[in-house]
Write a protein that binds this ligand. Structure first.
Ligand SMILES: *Cc1c(COP(=O)(O)O)cnc(C)c1O
Length: 398
């Protein structure tokens, strides 16, 4: 007998614990459900909707490009891809860019590049990648091995070899682990999924020093922190530490799937024709949209405004920290990648649900942290709406 799939919903693989909301429209920082409820989006599709929903410039760009050309493959030159590569390389103080479609792919390619660079340079087995505990680098088989939480790896067989984890922020441990077999250190300047844990400037400087001492590369996974999220175009810029490779995705296309690896010339040059590739990566449609996102981020006051409005958010959160020590253990993060560390009196999932009943979307993260990731265009008034709702939630829980 033929088996019937019982409903539309059941035809989706149960890989996600989905919330029973479905949105049909987005306007700026708001999302509207099929039954007309409006939600203030402080999640941005997990740090993706950099410019909010349906930004007029993105609509115009996408519409225009959709009538010109969508896809050609990388068998041919793609002028918009060359232009975005140039702009991203320049912004990162690096030289070359490879385009892909997601964060996991960007990190995966970063690791391949680091290994290939070492192989070309030394002809020795210098393949190990040092990662941090609490790290999240994606879901491919390779990146599962770079990701520290064993929950993500359960039942998926042998790990890919050559990944080692040391505790985040502990230079001594890192220096004990690094050796002549280390190809690269891979780090998120702020661990997003891991609980909005900010790497101290001293730590990042120490990583750079250790990498240089052992001839290893420094890979910054800026998939979540990049594209203005922390108040500068890239989070690494705030520490003055220069990575050799930067992985980008999430906010890069403002909602259009696109990822990128930005690297030093010597690293890029180790990757000859045929060494890596992506059918979709960097296609004209994605490149037009990502160039447009970057245009807006590079407008005169855009990032200054992100810094101003996000420090207002910080001010509002600090007031809550003083008032509700019973619930808030600490505030974490920078710019519009913020975490509220909660005490055992309240779970991040419950707080996120309570905010949802008040029409606000947020995302829980590791270490019982509520993550706040609004579109970078959020206003002070909208921060007030968010903060007032949050105050109500703490009052209700008291
Ligand atoms: C989300 C994320 C990834 C994975 O990105 P995907 O696009 O889901 O593959 C990798 N690294 C970091 C830091 C992330 O936040």
């Amino acid at each position: 007998m033929e088996k019937q799939t019982p409903s539309y919903q059941d035809a989706s693989m149960p890989t996600y614990g989905r919330i029973d909301l479905s949105f049909v429209k987005g306007e700026g920082c708001y999302l509207v459900t099929d039954d007309g409820k409006r939600f203030l989006d402080c999640a941005s599709g997990i740090a993706v909707n950099t410019l909010g929903h349906c930004h007029p410039k993105l609509i115009e760009t996408l519409n225009k490009q959709s009538k010109m050309l969508w896809h050609t493959s990388n068998l041919y030159r793609i002028p918009e891809q060359e232009r975005l590569a140039y702009r991203l390389a320049k912004a990162c103080k690096l030289d070359q860019v490879f385009f892909c479609n997601s964060g996991a792919e960007a990190n995966e390619a970063s690791v391949k590049m680091a290994r290939r660079f070492q192989y070309r340079r030394n002809k020795v087995i210098k393949t190990n990648i040092l990662c941090a505990e609490g790290a999240f680098h994606g879901r491919t088989l390779g990146m599962l091995s770079a990701t520290s939480n064993p929950v993500y790896r359960e039942g998926f067989g042998e790990s890919v070899s050559g990944f080692e984890h040391v505790s985040f922020g502990n230079l001594k441990e890192l220096r004990n682990a690094i050796n002549e077999k280390t190809a690269a250190i891979m780090i998120e300047p702020i661990q997003g999924e891991g609980g909005v844990n900010v790497a101290a400037e001293r730590y990042l400087l120490g990583l750079r020093e250790a990498a240089d001492e052992f001839g290893a590369l420094l890979i910054a996974d800026e998939v979540q922190t990049g594209m203005g999220r922390t108040g500068t175009l890239f989070a690494f810029q705030q520490s003055g530490v220069q990575p050799d490779i930067v992985a980008l995705a999430k906010g890069l296309g403002g909602g259009f799937p696109v990822g990128a690896v930005v690297a030093r010339e010597e690293v890029g040059n180790a990757m000859g024709p045929g060494s890596h590739g992506s059918t979709f990566g960097g296609n004209p449609l994605a490149m037009a949209v990502a160039n447009c996102v970057l245009d807006v981020l590079e407008e005169d006051d855009f990032l200054q405004n992100v810094r101003d409005v996000s420090s207002y958010l910080e001010y509002r959160l600090n007031k809550l920290l003083v008032t509700y020590p019973k619930f808030i253990s600490q505030l974490k993060g920078l710019g519009f990648l913020r975490g509220i560390g909660l005490t055992k009196n309240l779970t991040a999932a419950d707080l996120s649900a309570a905010l949802r009943t008040r029409g606000i979307l947020t995302v829980p993260a590791g270490l019982n942290t509520l993550r706040i990731l609004p579109p970078l265009i959020i206003t002070k008034q909208e921060i007030d709406v968010f903060s007032d709702a949050l105050t109500e939630c703490f009052e209700e829980a008291s």
